[in-house]
Structures are given as C-alpha cells and as structure tokens.
Design a binder for this molecule. Structure first.
Ligand SMILES: Nc1nc2c(ncn2[C@@H]2O[C@H](COP(=O)(O)OP(=O)(O)OP(=O)(O)O)[C@@H](O)[C@H]2O)c(=O)[nH]1
Ligand SMILES: [Mg+2]
Length: 379
C-alpha cells in the first residue's frame, strides 16, 4: 500500500504488510483527516480496511470523509470498509452500527471485534490518544496492535497532547514507523508539514512534506505560492488561467495592473499561483508579490526574443534565482515563434532550467510545465 500523499510515497516507497505505523500530530491538528485520506487511497487500491473509532461516533468519520469530498459509503456497501464503533460503549450510549465494541475499556474486546471480521488488509485505529485518556497507559493497546500486525498493516492515529515524555516514547517504540505532522511557523503564516520520524523498513534521509487538508479535496501536498512572472504581454495571465481550476486577474485594458491569482490542483499537489504584472511601471511591487514564493514560472513570448533580457531582469527583481524555475516558452502557435533550442540558447539560463513549449490560450503544454515544476518542488 501507499499513503496517497505525493513526495512521501516517492521517498518511503511501498508500506510493507505487517507493520504498525503511528500517525502523530501536534496538538490542534486533527489526525483523522490524514488517516481517512490514507484509508481512501488504500480502498481505491482494492485493499480491505477496518476503521476502529473510539473518540467520536462512526457517523462523524463518514462526515469527515464527506467534507474532504471522499465517499466511503460504496466501500461500506461492498464490505471493503468496516467501521467499528468503540465510542458509544465508552460513553455509554446505544449504537446502531453493525460493528460495535460494547465494552472498549478492555482492549481484548476491541481485538475480538476486529478478529470477527474475516480478512482485512489494513486497520486504522482512531485514536491512541483517546485510549490513553481512558486508561492512562498505552500498554494494553500496544499489546493488541502487536497481535494485529501479525495479520495486517496497522495505522494508529495519535494526537500528541502534553503527555509525559515517557509515555510518548513508549508509544513510539511500539511502532515500526512514525509519521509526524506539525505546524511550522514562517514569517506571516503557519504551515503544516509531515515528517517521517522513523521508517523501520527503509533507510531514508530527513525530509518534510508541506501538507494541507482541503475540504473538499482531502490531503494535498501544498505549496502556498508559485510565482508566474515575465515580460509585458508574454501571456502570464493566460498561463495562470491555464494552470488553475479557478483564477482571477486584476487587469485594466487587457494588461495586469495588480496581480493574477489562481488555484492549482494537479496530481496530488495543490498550490496558490500568483502572476505579476509585466509592465515596468509596476516593478516596485514585484518584490512584494514574490515574497515567500517557493517556485517560479517564467513566461516568455517565443516570438519576441528581444524581451528575453527583460525576462531575466524580472527573475532578479523577484529574487527567483535559487528557487526552482521553469520557463514557459509561450505563444508557440505564432508563425515566427523561435524553437525551444533557440530560446534556450538566447535565454542562457542554467542548463537544468527546463524550457517548455506552451500555447497558454489553448492550454497547450501546461501539463508538461506542471510536471517539470512539481518534479522540482519534490526535490
Ligand atoms: N497566439 C497566442 N496568443 C497568446 C498566447 N498566450 C497569450 N496570448 C495573448 O497575448 C495577450 C497577452 O496575454 P496575457 O495573458 O494578458 O499576458 P500578460 O503577460 O499577463 O500581460 P501583462 O499582464 O500585460 O504583462 C493576450 O491578447 C492573449 O490572448 C498564446 O499562447 N498564443
Ligand atoms: Mg497579465
């Protein structure tokens, strides 16, 4: 199985069977959307899943999935997903669910209920924290996870409130892998990152994946700012539109006077895209628009090589050097458009900067552009 989260999957590879993975989030970040998203990826892959929930009604799990735009009902209908209610018994209310643990205080009962269900590939346990809140020690739960992982892969969700370090350590030791999601404060915004703290089956370098839970949309690898810049009239606004699922431009008489904004959703990546004006009179605002950009798309008019100097000047003004850059050699449909090789030569950017042919107004070439861009962002 894979988590369905880009970059993470590329780095950690397939998750082997019979391992236990802890998904640990900082206080204030609900691990459930991440668990549900990973489960949805597994279900789409025809794996059989069990979701044991002890901290909210089973219906809340379905609802949470729904807000992310994921529909669990068809998997429940064909029995590839079973949600086990270990919550109602905990707070002492009646449950109409098909799978119920009457007395979840004894972890053995949870185990029995799961074992009643024939053939499962993956178990989701939501959540370890509620179990500790109820029992004070994770011991019983860790025991049953050990038993369960002999038969299936186990994902446990854990909201790491201010427990004693000793308890947190004890929990982590019980897992083959630990994925951590925590907020990272930047200058003006707080972003969430996913860090693999430990991957028992593979040696990996340290890395972090920027993530965001979109409702709808689910868990996406999220980049807050991709900048689209380039000379006047090169096709920046058209490129932002072509890349986006929805875009607005602040244009006057056909030229951009403030900025373009679009939202991209592509192969598990999401990003906000900002386009700059091209006219020199707006140069003073370029640096502000470029603040905190994580990558740059430079749009040039393939038929106007005389503007390439200006294009490079804009890269300097937006302090793009050092960030991943891809070039859109736009207006390739024009009769006098230069070839990609000629543009590469004339632009003379570093050799690893890709130059992609595009016709923005026809959305041609933008997929290739996005592939090049996301590949660079993954690095
Ligand atoms: N033939 C052709 N025309 C294009 C293409 N892309 C954009 N255009 C046209 O070029 C003109 C400028 O496009 P915009 O997208 O507004 O360019 P811009 O870079 O945002 O312009 P400024 O914001 O004024 O700097 C418009 O008339 C577009 O229709 C293309 O690929 N081929
Ligand atoms: Mg524009």
């Amino acid at each position: 199985m894979r988590t369905g989260i880009r970059i993470l999957d590329d780095k950690i590879g397939e998750i082997p069977g019979n391992v236990a993975v802890l998904l640990s989030t900082s206080p204030g970040i609900d691990p459930a959307p991440f668990g549900i998203n990973i489960m949805d990826a597994a279900l789409k892959n025809n794996l059989k899943c069990v979701y044991v929930v002890n901290n909210k009604p089973a219906s809340a799990v379905r609802m949470e999935a729904k807000t992310m735009g994921l529909d669990l009902s068809r998997y429940e209908k064909n029995n590839s997903l079973r949600i086990v209610d270990a919550f109602s018994g905990y707070i002492g209310i009646h449950s109409d669910e098909k799978y119920v643990v009457e007395n979840p205080f004894n972890p053995k009962n949870i185990l029995d209920e799961i074992e009643k269900i024939q053939k499962n590939d993956i178990l989701f346990m939501d959540s370890v924290s509620s179990y500790i809140d109820m029992k004070e020690s994770p011991k019983g739960l860790l025991e049953i996870i050990k038993t369960l992982k002999k038969k299936m892969t186990v994902f446990s969700l854990f909201s790491a409130w201010e427990y004693e370090q000793k308890i947190i350590k004890e929990i982590k030791t019980g897992f083959d892998a630990v994925l951590v999601i925590k907020p990272v404060e930047e200058v003006t915004i707080v972003r969430q990152f996913l860090f693999p703290e430990k991957i028992g089956w593979k040696k990996i370098e340290k890395f972090a994946v920027p993530v965001k839970v979109l409702k709808p949309g689910g868990v996406k690898v999220y980049f807050p700012k991709i900048l689209v810049t380039g000379p006047y009239n090169a096709g920046k606004s058209s490129t932002v539109k072509a890349l986006s699922t929805g875009a607005v431009s602040v244009d006057r008489m056909g030229t951009t006077v403030a900025l373009d904004h679009g939202y991209m959703d592509y192969k598990g990546f999401a990003a906000d895209i900002y386009g700059t004006p091209g006219q020199e009179s707006f140069d003073p605002i370029l640096q502000y628009l470029a603040d905190e950009a994580v990558a740059v798309i430079l749009v040039v008019d393939s038929a106007k090589p005389e503007t390439f100097i200006r294009a490079k000047e804009m890269l300097s003004k937006t302090k793009a050097y050092g960030l991943p850059i891809v070039v859109a050699a736009n207006k390739q449909d024009l009769r006098n458009a230069l070839s990609i090789d000629a543009i590469k030569k004339k632009l003379a950017l570093p050799r690893d900067v890709p130059v992609c042919p595009t016709v923005a107004i026809e959305k041609k070439g933008v997929e290739k552009l996005l592939d090049e861009l996301t590949e660079r962002l993954m690095r």
